[in-house]
Design a protein around this ligand. Sequence first.
Ligand SMILES: *Cc1c(COP(=O)(O)O)cnc(C)c1O
Length: 410
Amino acid sequence: MTIINENYLKLRAGYLFPEIGRRVREFAAANPDKDIIRMGIGDVTQPLSSAIIKAFHEGVEEMGNKSTFKGYGPEQGYDFLREAIATNDYKLRGVEISADEIFVSDGSKCDTGNIQEIFGNVNIIAICDPVYPVYADTTVMSGKTGICQPNGYFDNIVYMPCNEGNGFIPELPDTRPDLIFLCFPNNPTGTVATKEVLKLWVDYAIANKSIILYDAAYEAFITDPSIPHSIFEIDGAKSVAIEFRSFSKTAGFTGTRCAFTVIPNELMAYDKTGNPVAVKPLWMRRQTTKFNGVSYPVQKAAAAIYSEQGKKEVKELISYYLENAEIIRESLAASGFQVFGGRNAPYVWVKTKNNLTSWEFFDKLLNEINVVGTPGSGFGPAGEGYFRFSAFADRENVTKAMDRIKLLSF
Ligand SMILES: *Cc1c(COP(=O)(O)O)cnc(C)c1O
């Protein structure tokens, strides 16, 4: 008899995006003449820029020549990419991160999940509510939680509600967690964290010997110079934080796959007797055992983001989505909605009207104006009554969708 990993049975069904898909398919089948605009799933729509594609092609050509062919690459990623990251993403912002603290990977989704493997299951994890579902589900899979209660909360997870009252910024929890997931600019609320907010968390982690797992997948959308791009811009953070970055949203790599994780040399966790243990070598051991790196052409394409032309193109790409976000914000506000986020971030978080639930609002939008967004309740109980609009869409569709929003009556 083969016994499965019982933790998987604790998971709730992957409900959100399949359910959105089901409702949209049903509506489309019943209304084949309707032009449905999708602003739901957080996936980019614009192609890879020309500097990136050129490097990608060159990488492929090199793989086809005996003299430039490459087999397995260096374990943490090619030096040319890690050096470019260390210089451009950190040194130029006044942060000293060395290339040997950077691990190139095929995605932040897997890194944020896999990282839990190197930490014991006695650890208590804190996550925001609403939240990117990956943090919660991978915590459950790893065996660090109890069962899911009818209110949607798992036993042994510390939930940090983010709501209008706290400006969608989590407050320091009453129960001390060992690992704290933070994501800024935030998915799904589109809020950003100031230096003061991050300093509060870093100081808390230092005082409590906790570790912050900082997801900065959307840092490229920050245009306000006072907002930190990296948690390592905060004094002391290198002793208490791991940072996850991805080229997915920065440069349209969702289908190309390249990301990286930064684990500072000085980051320590503890063994059972309280002796400090360096975290980086454990992640190195994990990755070299279970992962064989990102393909050479993809790393070469990623490095092109840091070329002069690449930087310019990425900036244009980000501006395009940020302008979408601004159009969404303004249109919704003009129609009397309460809007949050959408500045320095590609997501606009909106409060429904007339106390409609997130799913009631979803159905109203789909049925009456044929626009698809994401119900806030799908990101956690505190998301109920909210709705996420994604700026990852074509401009034409954004303006069309926003014109239709004006037609809604409540
Ligand atoms: C899109 C996204 C990522 C990036 O995931 P990849 O696996 O690198 O594509 C990471 N974190 C959040 C919160 C995201 O929304």
